[in-house]
Design a protein around this ligand. Structure first.
Ligand SMILES: [Zn+2]
Length: 156
């Protein structure tokens, strides 16, 4: 999470500072996927859809190396011209072929398209992911941002 992403949340200074110092202190010793030196923190999300409503939950935070983080965000890799790099890393760490990666990618895009068709989402942050004194405020800020963006999409 970058400083500019934090500013989008509109957090009270106490909460923003608490989140920043918590985030900076998270261990980045080893990538949980490939074992390389980690550099990034990534949110691990779970998604649930019920009766047309979505619940996106941050269930944990994990340390990733830059290559695994890029490979996790293939859409971002694509728009920044780094898709080949991300897919080659996926093939390497899974000991598979690029053809296998493309097959898997189609399944991922299918899931992404299905989840993207849901317009009514709510975000939760699981207990223990963030310090207790800021978790609810960050969760509320994420939901306000989500609502604001939903309103913008409806009115474009
Ligand atoms: Zn890695």
């Amino acid at each position: 999470m970058s400083t500019s992403e934090l500013s989008l949340l509109g957090l009270e200074p106490r909460v923003a500072e608490g989140l920043k110092s918590f985030w900076r202190a998270l261990p980045r010793d080893k990538c949980v996927i490939c074992g390389s030196k980690a550099s990034d923190i990534d949110e691990f999300w779970s998604y649930h859809v019920d009766s047309g409503r979505g619940l996106a939950r941050i269930v944990s935070l994990r340390s990733l190396c830059g290559n695994c983080h890029l490979a996790k965000h293939v859409g971002y890799a694509n728009v920044t011209g780094r898709l080949s790099e991300a897919l080659e890393h996926l093939a390497r760490i899974n000991n598979s072929t690029l053809s296998d990666v493309y097959t898997h990618l189609e399944k991922i895009y299918e899931t992404w398209r299905s989840l993207s068709s849901i317009t009514n989402w709510r975000i939760e942050i699981s207990e223990g992911v963030l310090p207790g004194d800021i978790r609810a405020e960050v969760e509320n800020a994420l939901n306000k941002l989500l609502e604001k963006n939903r309103w913008k999409r409806r009115n474009l």
